[in-house]
Write a protein of this length. Sequence first.
Length: 126
Amino acid sequence: MKKLITILLPVLLAVFGTTAWAEGDTNVIVKGEHWVSSSLEQKRAFLFGIGNVLVIERAMAGDDYETMRGRSIVPVLLEGMSGTSIANIVTQLDKFYADHSDQINRPVIEVLYLEMALPNLQKMKE
């Protein structure tokens, strides 16, 4: 666990340190405005960070993973984005914010969940 924190902390600091925190904003929810002004490396680091947190949450749930359904975003994001590359997710998020400039204040995690993972999961079930 200590090794994982040692790896994740610099990644998360790199992402947030040059966006919200650099602006003196204590609200570190990454929104579309942060996304569109971030470099490709920052976008990738953000997504890798989310991915790592999701994998950790799943591992920590262990045998209780199934009980997370309906009360956690973890199963939807893990399963709904399964098989999608980081590059593809970046492209999809870039396109979403370009096509929906009126929604630039929506958190990136919300877009990932509601506009990408959930529809993908629903298609898989059909």
